[in-house]
Design a protein around this ligand. Structure first.
Ligand code: SF4
Ligand code: ZN
Length: 295
């Protein structure tokens, strides 16, 4: 098939029935990225943005696009976390390779040094729960300490649909109404932004390849046995059969969010143990306590 420009097509956007070549697809991806940023006022002059960089396609493409489109008055740096997972060293190497190429400051923090644990040492099936909470807390803390007023994360359209369904299936109204937003407006929570949330995963895979962005296409060894992965697989097969499903789930969520987000006020409080926001004993400290009991 041919792209509208006459070149050989590499991708079909089934929801539109359009075919794209490398260059036209890359332009489309960048257009959606810019649209999400401007419609939601995600970035403004004077911002200092910490990009959560894992070395995978999403966060690497995010850093690349943010850097290319950045206002001269906006500052960007990258934060990576070494979770202590075997086989993940290569991801950090790719992340360093990209930040060097772009000339961006890069900070790497490890669970081992900061929390005294590694994910590989956890003997509990809830590995991703521990990892997710620790990572989110650590990135928030370090971004704040390094002077960022925003944290950009590489969640794509598929990730967003997956989070919506996950909270729905768990009956978790509290998290459901707060998806994509900060739990509370608080000086210790750095505002999180998701500039890729309207771009399907398949397009980011191609974009990273077309732009030759250093990244690694390897799944974490713990990602195979969890509910998130099952939901992603289910969404993939639904999307193949009914193109546009993922997009519709996210749009539906956006439409009902104003209705559901009024219901529950979240209280502010700082953890007695670590001083971070999240109540008298934050989730991270609760999980660290659980781990100590298990070991
Ligand atoms: Fe952590 Fe789970 Fe993601 Fe692996 S898949 S990096 S364990 S949250
Ligand atoms: Zn704490």
């Amino acid at each position: 098939m041919k792209c509208r420009c006459g070149s050989k097509a590499v991708y079909e956007r089934k929801t539109e029935g359009s075919f794209y070549c490398d260059d036209c697809l890359a332009r489309q991806v960048e257009k959606r990225f810019q649209k999400t940023i401007s419609e939601n006022k995600l970035v403004k002059a004077g911002d200092t943005i910490a990009v959560a960089l894992s070395g995978g396609k999403d966060s690497s493409a995010l850093l690349y696009m943010l850097n290319n489109s950045k206002n001269p008055k906006t500052e960007i740096f990258a934060i990576s976390i070494d979770e202590g997972i075997r086989g993940r060293g290569i991801c950090l190497e790719k992340a360093s390779c990209l930040t060097k190429k772009l000339g961006i400051r890069h900070f790497i923090f490890s669970f081992e040094e900061e929390l005294g644990i590694t994910i590989d040492s956890i003997k509990d099936r809830k590995t991703c729960t521990y990892c997710g909470v620790f990572k989110r807390n650590l990135i928030n803390k370090k971004a704040r300490e390094l002077g960022a007023n925003k944290i950009a994360v590489g969640h794509n359209l598929n990730d967003e649909a997956q989070s919506i369904l996950l909270n729905f299936l768990r009956g978790d109204c509290n998290h459901f109404q707060r998806l994509g937003a900060d739990p509370v407006k608080d000086k210790k929570f750095v505002h999180r932004i998701k500039p890729l949330r309207d771009i399907p995963e398949a397009e980011i895979v191609l974009y990273a390849r077309i732009k030759k962005i250093p990244h690694i296409n390897r799944r974490c060894i713990y990602s195979y046995d969890n509910q998130r992965r099952d939901i992603l697989n289910m969404l993939d097969s639904l999307e193949k059969k009914y193109p546009g499903t993922i997009f519709q789930i996210v749009k539906f969520y956006d439409r009902i969010k104003p209705l559901v987000s009024k219901s529950d006020k979240v209280s502010i409080g700082y953890c007695d143990r670590c001083g971070e926001p999240g109540g008298k004993l934050c989730k991270s400290c609760q999980l660290l306590t659980e781990l100590k009991k298990l070991s």
